[in-house]
Design a protein around this ligand. Structure first.
Ligand code: PEP
Ligand code: MN
Length: 337
């Protein structure tokens, strides 16, 4: 059950409701939203009439939640949650385009990419420092040095930085250097990592596991929300099927489906989903057309020489053209880029 507080409910009223929830032997989780606060009460409530909570000052309404993921569900929060990034709320009107190299290679190149994607209209820079490579013999990323490069590029360009965190012990250092912490597909069900992200104090971009169901994705998001971090964005990056003409299979029907189930923003990563750069622009347009709140796009000044994921990376010119072509698609569905 969720107790929705009135928009003008004060701290004292919120505290009072939290106390009453705990007095009844339930777990109380306060979720602070941009527009209002809600309190999730978790546990067996069969003995407690709904009216019981309505008498408390500051309470607006009570919503019973039937789905397994409670905090992530639309039932709990019918209005979309906007996650703050670079002065915008991801999940609202502007489609958030986050672009950058698969992996940070050096300062000069990262700065060059950041300036180009910023000029083309990207909202944030994405670059890998810790890379979850399939093979232990592949390049593992510049790690801490990569984080330092990203932080320096942010300082020089003003573009916020999105980068992946692989393990709970790295959450603190990654959160110190980056604006958004990405959880990769291979880590979607790393429960220890998800729980630690509650304390990161930074928004999280949670990618769907390549063999995870939609419910499993939402339950993974639930771990982060339950551990106290309400700033979660979901990202679809393709799932594994029998199909082998693309790297993974991008199910775009999952975008509107997820938007019906959850209030969290839904982003799409056509680069990892297709693995082929010529397929990235059309799938970006399709994603925006079907309601995606943002895109993750891999770019590289010289894809042939990229250390990681060259075949799926757009050149800087291709990215610029994509942004121009996306504008009318966004406009057609009532969004901006
Ligand atoms: C990435 O975004 O760099 C990445 C490794 O993607 P995924 O986790 O979706 O495979
Ligand atoms: Mn990549």
């Amino acid at each position: 059950m969720v107790i929705v507080m009135k928009p003008d409910a004060n701290q004292e009223q919120i505290h009072h409701v939290l106390q009453r929830v705990e007095e009844r032997g339930l777990e109380a989780i306060l979720l602070r939203g941009e527009k209002r606060n809600v309190i999730a009460a978790i546990g067996d409530q069969r003995e407690i009439p709904t009216d019981y909570w309505l008498a408390a000052p500051g309470v607006e309404r009570i919503i019973p939640i039937l789905s397994r993921y409670k905090l992530a569900s639309r039932e709990m929060q019918p209005v979309a949650t906007g996650v703050r990034l670079n002065g915008e709320l991801v999940g609202e009107k502007r489609v958030a385009v986050i672009a950058g190299p698969c992996t940070v290679e050096d300062l000069e190149q990262t700065l060059h990419i950041a300036r180009a994607v910023k000029a083309a209209g990207a909202l944030a820079l994405r670059g890998g420092a810790y890379k979850p490579r399939t093979s232990p013999y592949s390049f593992q990323g510049l790690q801490q040095e990569g984080l330092e490069i990203l932080a320096e590029v942010r300082r020089l360009t003003g573009l916020p930085v999105v980068t992946e965190v692989l393990s709970p012990e790295h959450v603190e250092i990654v959160a110190r250097h980056a604006d958004v912490l990405q959880v990769g597909a291979r880590n979607m069900q790393n429960v220890a990592l998800l729980k630690t992200l509650g304390e990161a104090g930074r928004p999280v971009l949670l990618k769907r596991g390549m063999a995870a169901t939609v419910e499993e994705l939402l339950l993974a998001a639930e771990y982060i929300l339950k551990s106290g971090n309400p700033h979660v964005m979901l990202c679809l990056r393709g799932i594994r099927t029998f199909e082998d003409h693309t790297r993974f299979t991008l199910s775009l029907a999952t975008v509107p489906h997820l938007k019906q189930l959850t209030h969290l923003p839904v982003l799409v990563d056509p680069s990892h989903a297709t693995g082929i750069s010529s397929l990235v622009p059309p799938m970006c347009k399709a994603a925006v057309a079907c309601g995606a709140d943002g895109l993750l796009v891999e770019v590289h000044p010289d894809p042939e020489k990229a250390l990681v994921d060259g075949p799926q990376s757009l050149t800087l010119q291709e990215f610029d053209r994509l942004m121009t072509e996306l504008a009318p698609v966004a406009q057609a569905v009532g969004r901006t880029i």
